[in-house]
Design a protein around this ligand. Sequence first.
Ligand code: NOJ
Ligand code: CA
Length: 689
Amino acid sequence: MKTSSHLWLLLLSFLSLFPSCTSQQTEVTSPNGHIRLRFLQDEQRQIYYRVDVDDTPFILPSRLGLKACGGLNLSDGFAVTAVTHDQLDQQWTMPWGENKQHRNHYNEMAVQLRDSMGSELTLRFRLFDDGLGFRYECRVPGVDSVLIADELTQFRLAQEATSWSIPASFETYELLYRTLPLSQVETANTPITFRTPSVSPSCQADTTQRIYASIHEAALTDYPEMTLQQIDTLCFQANLAPWPDGIKARFAGGAFKTPWRTVQIAREAVGLINSSLILNLNEPCALETVDWIRPMKYVGVWWSMHLGTESWVMGDRHGATTENALRYIDFAAQNQIDAVLFEGWNAGWENWGGSQQFDYTLPFADFDMERISRYAQEKGVRLIGHHETGGNVINYERQLDKSFAWYAHYGVHDVKTGYAGGLPNGHNHHGQYNVRHYRHVVETAAKYHTTINAHEPIKDTGIRRTYPNMMTREGARGMEWNAWSEGNPPEHHVLLPFTRLLGGPMDYTPGIFDLLYEKAKWNPNRKQWNMKDSKDCRINTTLAKQIALWVILYSPMQMASDCVENYDGHPAFQFFRDFDADCDASRALMGEPGEYIAVMRRAGERYFLGAATNAEARTLHLSLSDLQPGVTYEATIYADAPETDWVTNPTAYRISKQQVTSEHTMTLHLAPGGGAAVTFLPLNETTNP
Ligand code: NOJ
Ligand code: CA
């Protein structure tokens, strides 16, 4: 229920009188001094924080604390026992992109609190130039467990904003984004991104005052996910995914730490993307070796099943047959593609939609694993395994070690997992139980030098820093939705980079070339397999935008998702041949959430640029200053043609070439729902044949 918004004004004036009950310095600023966070307490010794940006209130005094069960107090009556300050300025390296080099530069303040019963709570705040994070570290003496009933963390925003988010759900992130005034957002999942003030970006008057921010979390490995609920005007409170008995989090022993609550802050929208804040708040790499973890481009026996022309289950229309597998391996070998994915290869698909009991070491009779893996090895192509659980994590955990060992025996060290279906025993997908499961899978996979691409995952909170074998994941509406629903609208792809992808890479699986399903439509084998399927399904972009999305929607495992026959002989597929998923450095050049974006990435000596728009046509003038100075590049531009329009003429495209250097500016015309992709190859380098 919303209380009067006058209350906070009262609270604000009151709190400013009592910055804290100690004489110690209870504020911390970002290294550049622009962001200031203060710790506050009121008369009941409840705890609060506030944030100012350039001396202007940004987050008004907002409640902190946890509600515990069994008379344990973690929310008020605290005395501050110490306040310590620290700082760090450190470079560190990721084994793969989208940036390999990161700077972790922050000022830290740890406020140590104790209540009369002896419970200790440390609030650790870290202030970066591009935002902040804070977390709770608890120590309760003399107990064998702590049960958390609720988290009281609030974000009380100082002013109205335009926001982009999906509604909160503890089961799925595969929802459409909403553009809403912040005050109208009842619930949201994170990242929720917003721009203040809530005027259009073209409004010149306020550009210097404009703030882009995104609330999210970092290092979610043993806690439920945090969603947000608006409990008072512009005041959002954490709402955690519960266990079946209503408890939010449980810990054995009396000591635990929560994930970081994060607020990224930037003066430009692309500043949120060009930020390492989420990764910086994760623990350093926990794996002993990482040389076995390699980014890749892949194709797969996949899209045909979503279109309904082939099936996961064995039968007349079976997709993952030995014959099909060998055909895909040949295609990969001939087109500089590292790997091939097969879905529907193992026993259990016959129960799809019912009680899922997949067997992860029993291939269907028409999928000859021995032969396929030998052939792949001969051709130098990797295989990507698939573990669909249908939500039955108990069945999966029972087979986990055995399944990874079985795959490893056949040389399979990359596995796509899936959780399409309800969990057993009343658990939800995003509660602590399943967060632990997802982490357990990543840790077990690491033992077998295996990487993970998780579908229906827990949201990305940057744990790839700690476990770099956690490479990519879904966690938003991906390509599959275009096969059997109204599809993803043109703004979806220019919202994802400013929301979902702030957490980390996404296995969106771009690159459908048969945009209108011309081939599938006439296929007599096509069967509707999903209730949302409709005859009007199509891809809601132009062809050039599909290519651009390979660059824009970063994934270290990047898929060309169409059936390979739709790429055979297609001139525009040269882009994917030349593309390198092993990206060293990236920079978002310009963009506005839901409107457009342009991103430049470097992989070795090569550069790739992707630009895309929503349903509006636009022209972008892009400085090429990211290119290596002094080098001349051959730029190959895959663009919309003058007559292209995502509704009426989506397949029209043009390929052109230019010689450019870092001194040049490139002008790209994007059709409605369109995009452009560019490869920059140093002149002495040739394209992949
Ligand atoms: C949903 C996943 O997102 C999709 O990629 C997969 O093909 C199906 N589940 C079946 O596992
Ligand atoms: Ca999915």
